[in-house]
Design a protein around this ligand. Structure first.
Ligand SMILES: [Zn+2]
Length: 110
């Protein structure tokens, strides 16, 4: 099996928005609202990548590694493909965040 399976799974969730985001779970009627469990704002991939205070520390570390702000969602793939370090930094952030979000969604849905 491809050892990157888990990483691609979470990266795909962020890039497509089909995953543990309120914006998606509400649409497929898994949750009644689309707000972020951590801060109450609308929960979607952009919220996770750029806004949510909960991931501020991880985001800060990622920004430092990238040497600036996070690229916009439409540019993030191009940025990730630049080199191995960037790829690793971005996918690690996405995987860590999505693993946590997914686990919580499972818990809150009981
Ligand atoms: Zn939030």
């Amino acid at each position: 099996m491809c050892k990157h399976r888990t990483t691609s799974y979470y990266v795909t969730q962020i890039l497509t928005g089909h995953g543990s985001f309120g914006s998606f779970t509400k649409r497929i009627h898994k949750t009644v609202d689309d707000t972020c469990a951590s801060c109450g704002q609308r929960d979607d991939p952009a919220h996770v990548l750029y806004e949510c205070v909960r991931w501020g520390e991880k985001r800060g570390r990622l920004k430092k590694l990238l040497g600036g702000d996070l690229p916009r969602a439409t540019e993030i793939i191009g940025e990730m493909l630049k080199d191995r370090e960037t790829w690793k930094a971005v996918t690690t952030f996405m995987t860590e965040v999505m693993t946590k979000k997914e686990k919580e969604h499972r818990i809150t849905q009981g």
